[in-house]
Design a protein around this ligand. Structure first.
Ligand SMILES: [Zn+2]
Length: 206
């Protein structure tokens, strides 16, 4: 039986935004909730995986990390928006995330999926990019992977404990002395007031 391309594409899942080059970028209707702040800027490899059935269960795109769960377990634990960003490497819309304009003077941020400490409140800074920005992370809390699938080098950042997608780190922009901007989805993290667990050290990720 012949399946049209349109049928295949709409079977991929959440909405797809055509990346850059065009102000007429069209967006396919998302099956996600209409008020969602999450937009689908999804790496090509995930798209191809969805189209061709690669990476069954979604594990193929995830690094080897201490905390392992099946995709159905993650789906039960996370909301559909959290699952989309953390497990399917989606991106929330700029300027609308819960922590975009939130600058606490104390406390720390953990992974929304597994509570792994990731960033101190002090490391958060105003970048104006529309997503929470941090200039360093807790050592070992964040792992990186170079992503060249969109034709440019991007360094993806993930939780070092569960592999959940956080965002990307950009280097040498001059915002702060560390020269790193961790551009993180609000929905990937959770703010915790009070002291972080003892023994954590902060460091650059790259
Ligand atoms: Zn995690």
């Amino acid at each position: 039986m012949r399946v049209s391309l349109r049928g295949v594409t709409s079977g991929v899942g959440p909405s797809i935004r055509v990346p850059r080059h065009s102000s007429r970028s069209s967006r396919l209707s998302p099956p996600l909730n209409r008020n969602s702040s999450v937009t689908a800027i999804r790496p090509l490899r995930t798209l191809l995986g969805g189209l061709f059935g690669l990476g069954a269960g979604g594990d193929a795109n995830m690094p080897d990390v201490p905390l392992k769960k099946t995709e159905s377990e993650w789906k039960e634990l996370l909301s559909s928006e959290e699952y989309y960003v953390l497990r399917q490497k989606g991106t929330e819309r700029p300027g609308v995330g819960e922590y975009d304009s939130f600058y606490p003077t104390e406390g720390y941020f953990t992974c929304r999926a597994c509570d792994n400490p990731l960033y101190s409140a002090e490391s958060k800074f105003k970048s104006g990019c529309g997503w929470p920005a941090f200039d360093k992370c807790y050592k070992g809390g964040v792992i990186t992977e170079v992503d060249s699938t969109m034709g440019m080098r991007r360094v993806e950042i993930m939780c070092g404990n569960c592999g959940g997608h956080l965002g990307h780190v950009f280097e040498n922009e001059g915002f702060t002395p560390t020269m790193e901007r961790h551009c993180v989805n609000s929905i990937s993290v959770k703010y915790n007031a009070g002291e972080p667990p003892s023994g954590l050290e902060e460091a650059k990720a790259v």
